[in-house]
Ligand binder design. Structure first.
Ligand code: ADP
Length: 493
């Protein structure tokens, strides 16, 4: 392959247009980094109802006014509009099909709290329309870079329906797994509706007597990446971490690459963050202004000497909220304040509502999705808690480092790859790390952090050390290029 790649990025969420988690941050900042390195990179994503055409200046694309997509007995006529990621030249095509995508949520119906019943059709349409779009544009990508289950049918389509199509003869696929526990698993009865007839061999698609989009991608993509070296290792060695796909992953061991996510420091930088009072490592007193602002916003009493522990997270089991719930009283007795921002499982909403009501001077809970507040919590907290059961990469611990907010994390996945334990390595430590998935182990780590916080001179050293760590995208993007280079041998021609 030449040095300059034509890369098509396909994702179900891209920041700032639509975001439910870290995936959107990656699918925005990695293409930007690749573009800056000189590659021709374009993105396709759904045009969700929440994406404002005016705000992001979406324009019609003459060739993409009609994109017919056949799925089974139905022909869906879709179209695509285009815009750029703000402050960049990375072009994004928004696949417009209101019947599937003009809903306020991305995957889960807020009214029922369950996945949309037509998710298989929605994302299969996205995959089929993506291939149709490249043809209408006469733009032949050398790499189609898929992200998570919503896009994982692309490699399968290329290997089956498009196997003889000369247009894609020079195209290879990469599937990036951002979280193995979301697989896109559907009853087999969905097959005709996604355009797969009874004559088709569906063995690559099936597992546990169901259709599984992620499995199809893991089996048929040319290469696989995941978002940290430790997670890449864990999913090939640990049954629970592999979410049942251990054998499949082991079979592809030579094709799996763990590449740590980077941080977009144009978005997460306390010196230039528009949502906070700016500060830097030499002027940490500026951070105190944010602590004041955060306590005001959270309606908590301000006390410089009381450490604030911040949490910004999807409220799902993966993130370790059960550990916090188990020991909330003991946690409170450590004389800390807790500011939580997150949405997710109803039981955690209830738990934090109640805990905040019972401890109004120590706990504040914001049960919404709020980008601005996420920045203020990073800036105004002293510590940041991520007690995850598993964590493919995790971004907030890296944001926290840059904001001088000392992370307390469980040693798993990307958390293990990014935070050095101060207790074990006082000269190098950037945070507090515990290993066992238990509330006691978590409490001990928090206790160590609170004790270290009392010695402010030393604490500032930990903060400054973290602020200097550089997780910018350049290195990670170079590692992705190395993966793309490996695709040469996988292409059909
Ligand atoms: P995951 O992708 O598993 O959700 P990550 O740590 O990789 O976890 O990324 C989470 C991203 O989503 C971060 O940018 C975080 O700030 C953001 N985020 C999560 N929940 C919220 C929320 N309620 N409000 C604002 N941002 C949130």
């Amino acid at each position: 392959m030449k040095n300059r790649f034509r890369i098509l990025f396909l994702a179900s969420e891209v920041s700032p247009f639509a975001k439910t988690g870290g995936l959107a941050d990656v699918t925005s900042s990695l293409p930007k980094a690749l573009y800056d390195m000189g590659h021709d990179v374009r993105i396709i994503m759904p045009k969700y109802g929440i994406i404002s055409e005016r705000k992001y200046i979406l324009r019609e694309v003459i060739r993409l006014k009609k994109i017919p997509v056949r799925m089974g007995s139905k022909e869906h006529v879709t179209c695509a509009k285009s815009a750029f990621i703000p402050d960049s030249k990375v072009q994004v095509y928004f696949l417009d099909y209101p019947a599937y995508f003009s809903r306020p949520e991305l995957y889960v119906d807020a009214k029922t709290g369950t996945d949309f019943p037509d998710n298989a059709e929605r994302f299969m349409l996205l995959c089929r329309a993506t291939l149709a779009t490249t043809k209408l544009l006469h733009w032949q990508p050398q790499v189609i870079h898929c992200n998570d289950w919503q896009t994982a049918m692309i490699p399968w389509l290329l290997k089956h329906e498009y196997a003889q199509d000369p247009f894609f003869a020079g195209t290879a696929t990469v599937l990036s797994v951002h979280n193995l526990s979301y697989q896109g698993s559907f009853d087999k009865s969905v097959l005709p509706r996604i355009g797969i007839g009874p004559e088709v061999n569906t063995s690559d698609l099936e597992i546990w007597d169901r259709i599984n989009f992620l499995k199809s991608g893991l089996v048929t993509s040319d290469l696989i990446t995941t978002v940290s070296p430790t997670y890449a290792e864990e999913i090939q060695t640990d049954m629970e971490q592999s979410a049942g796909l251990l054998d499949i992953l082991r079979r592809r061991k030579n094709d799996i690459h763990g590449i740590l996510n980077g941080v977009d420091y144009s978005v997460w930088n306390p010196e230039k963050d528009p949502f906070i009072s700016p500060y830097d490592a030499d002027n940490l007193s500026g951070k105190l202004e944010n602590k004041k602002a955060l306590t005001a916003r959270a309606k908590l009493p301000f006390d410089e000497k009381t450490p604030i522990i911040g949490i910004v997270s999807r409220m799902v089991d993966q993130k370790g909220f059960d550990l916090i719930a188990d020991v909330i009283d003991k946690l409170i007795s450590l004389k800390v304040q807790l500011v939580v921002l997150g949405t997710g499982d109803e039981r955690y909403h209830k738990f934090f509502k109640k805990a905040a009501k019972t401890n109004p001077n120590q706990i504040a809970a914001f049960l919404t999705f709020d980008e601005e507040l996420a920045h203020l919590i990073e800036a105004g907290s002293d510590m940041f808690l991520m007690p995850s059961r598993f964590e493919p990469c995790g971004l907030n611990q890296m944001y926290s480092l840059r904001y001088g907010t000392v992370p307390i994390v469980r040693k798993t996945g990307g958390l293990a790859d990014t935070i050095i334990d101060f207790v074990l390595e006082p000269e190098k430590g950037t945070g507090f790390v515990f290993t066992d998935y238990s509330s006691n182990a978590m409490l001990t780590a928090i206790h160590h952090a609170v004790t270290a916080f009392q010695d402010q001179k030393n604490w500032i050293k930990i903060q400054r050390r973290g602020m200097k760590v550089d997780f910018s995208w350049t290195q990670s993007a170079e590692n992705y290029i190395k993966v793309y280079q490996k695709l040469e041998s996988k292409k059909r021609k």
